[in-house]
Every structure is written in C-alpha cells, then in structure tokens.
Design a protein around this ligand. Structure first.
Ligand SMILES: [Zn+2]
Ligand SMILES: [Zn+2]
Length: 164
C-alpha cells in the first residue's frame, strides 16, 4: 500500500503520553470523574494510575459513592495510584514528569511535589488554583495541555497547509 502524497500527523510526545493517560482513565471506577495518570522520564513510562478503591474493597461502580463534603472519598486518586505503583515496583520517579487527564487536587499535588516530580501536564483544569502559585514557588513546571494544543492548532493555521 502506498502512502505517497498522504501527509500523516505524527503525534508529539506530549500528545502521545496524554493519549495514554486518557486510555488509563478508562479503567477508573468512580464515574463522578474518570482520571488517568502516567509518570514519564526520558520518553519512557515508569508508572500509571487511575482512580479506584482501596485494594480489596468494592468500587463506586458496585456500591455507590462515599460522599463527604460534596466529594467522593472512596477512591485513591490517579496520581496517588501512579506514585504507589512506582513504589511497589521499586521505580525511581525523582525528576520525572506526570501526565494527568485532570489537574491534581491539593492532596495529590503535595504527593507529586514530594515525590520529586518536576513537571505536571494536565488535560483540563479540575480544582484548586493553589497549585499554580505553589508550583511556581517550588519550581514545578505546570502545563495546561488544552492551551498547548490550542496554540498548536493556531500555529498550524497561521503557517497554512503543511509543506510536503
Ligand atoms: Zn465515587
Ligand atoms: Zn487527587
């Protein structure tokens, strides 16, 4: 089969890892929000996580949510589960990046910071604007993927059709 004259969009590394994070999210068990996280260093995946119950306990899908102060507290969050998976497998994540489909809550942000993760790419803003100020203060690079892709689309429009 010839692919001549058929320009192919090759995804960037950021798109690649965010696509995987979205796929990971499809395993989440709390339908209030399905979140996926992928921890990456040197273009390699070190660990993944999605939000789900404590091991051995029923999931929200089975027993309903466990609501406290308007939030479901049954699940361990995606970012925390990715960090836990790295710990269980003895995977060093110091200096890594985390791709997460929704911006980390304050609890997960604190874990990410102390795990030595230096870059967070999030698919959509979820909650807690504190992470913007604090990440700047402690030198964590915080990237809004939706703005990044919007910028790429604008750039592609401005430069016209892709050159051969
Ligand atoms: Zn739930
Ligand atoms: Zn969280």
């Amino acid at each position: 089969m010839s692919t001549e004259g058929c320009p192919r969009h090759r995804v960037s590394w950021d798109e690649y890892f965010m696509n995987i994070a979205r796929e990971v999210a499809s395993r989440a068990t709390c339908d209030r929000k399905h979140v996926g996280a992928v921890i990456v260093r040197d273009k390699s995946i070190l660990a993944t996580g999605y939000n789900g119950s404590i091991r051995g306990l029923p999931h929200c899908d089975e027993e309903g949510h466990l609501i406290e102060d308007g939030h479901c507290v049954r699940t361990v969050h995606a970012e925390a589960n990715a960090i836990v998976q790295a710990a269980r497998h003895g995977m060093r994540i110091d200096g890594s990046a985390i791709y997460v489909t929704a911006s980390p809550c304050w609890g997960c942000f604190r874990l990410i910071a102390n795990a030595g993760i230096v870059k967070i790419v999030f698919g959509e803003f979820y909650r807690d604007p504190k992470i913007f100020d604090v990440s700047q203060r402690i030198g964590i690079k915080l990237v809004d993927f939706s703005k990044m892709t919007a910028k790429a689309v604008e750039a592609a429009k401005a430069s016209g059709p892709p050159a051969a």
